[in-house]
Design a protein around this ligand. Structure first.
Ligand code: ATP
Length: 237
């Protein structure tokens, strides 16, 4: 089986500083893959490159056999790639409902969109309670829920999530991860970048560990969860 997303020899730099030094990464259809690692390891930079927000210095990123080069975000979305960015990127001056509708702007199946919005309200009842409120007034956790729901409204084939747990209360994190597990169980392919390694490894099928711009380990998430090196370096044991 060929990978849905295939990264080979990827290098990324900020001026003279190499943030990513040649990594390979595969994501197969239906998998929940997590990319974990310490602060500054290069996870977010890798994610940005997949989304076309960062130019590759070397290497390739292929999605369904097509090179993702110089494709703007809306072209990526047309192909089924949606991102939930770090910092969420919601439209603060629009209501929650308007934000959700924006997520579906490439679709014209009115009934399907309606159903999907209802489904998001089931996942995140808080969004329903605040549907008419401006998104900028939401708490950090609620904004994360909205960002995720908005991305899902695009009916993506591959969902890229950058640090969804960042800055959230444990309860919010729990809810977000419950939904991540649920949409994954329904078959959505997900790449999850996380600093909370324990949570990420518990949810994922497979994982890559990034260290100073390189992949230092990879394998089944469960296996990595039990690995002494991972436990010492990333699980605080
Ligand atoms: P975090 O969890 O903090 O987001 P990360 O693993 O995602 O960490 P990156 O944000 O990808 O790491 O950063 C990788 C390296 O690139 C770091 O050394 C960082 O200092 C550097 N870096 C990131 N963004 C920039 C930038 N805009 N300009 C210069 N250097 C940057």
């Amino acid at each position: 089986m060929s990978a849905l997303l295939k990264i080979r020899g990827l290098q990324l730099a900020y001026g003279g500083i190499q943030a990513v030094k040649g990594i390979d990464l595969d994501i197969f259809e239906g998998e929940l893959v997590t990319l974990i690692g310490a602060n500054g390891a290069g996870k977010t930079t890798t994610m940005k490159a997949i989304c076309g927000l960062k130019t590759c210095a070397a290497g390739s990123i292929e999605y369904r056999g097509e090179l993702l080069k110089n494709l703007p975000p809306h072209e990526l979305l047309k192909r089924g790639l949606a991102m939930v960015p770090e910092g969420r990127g919601i439209f603060a001056r629009m209501t929650i409902l308007e934000n959700l509708r924006m997520g579906a702007y490439l679709r014209n199946d009115v009934n399907g969109i309606k159903q999907d919005i209802e489904q998001m309200f089931v996942y995140f009842p808080r969004l329903q309670e605040r549907a008419a409120q401006l998104a900028g007034t939401l708490s950090g956790g609620e904004q994360q829920m909205l960002a995720m729901a908005r991305a899902l409204l695009g009916r993506p084939k591959l969902l890229l999530m950058d640090e969804p747990s960042m800055g959230l209360s444990p309860l919010m994190v729990e809810r977000i991860f419950e939904v991540v597990r649920e949409i994954s169980a329904q078959g959505l392919t997900i790449l999850l970048v996380e600093q909370n390694a324990r949570l990420a490894l518990q949810a994922a099928n497979r994982a890559y560990v990034m260290e100073s711009g390189l992949i230092s380990m990879s394998g089944e998430a469960k296996q990595l969860l039990g690995d002494p090196k991972v436990r010492a370096a990333y699980l605080g044991e």
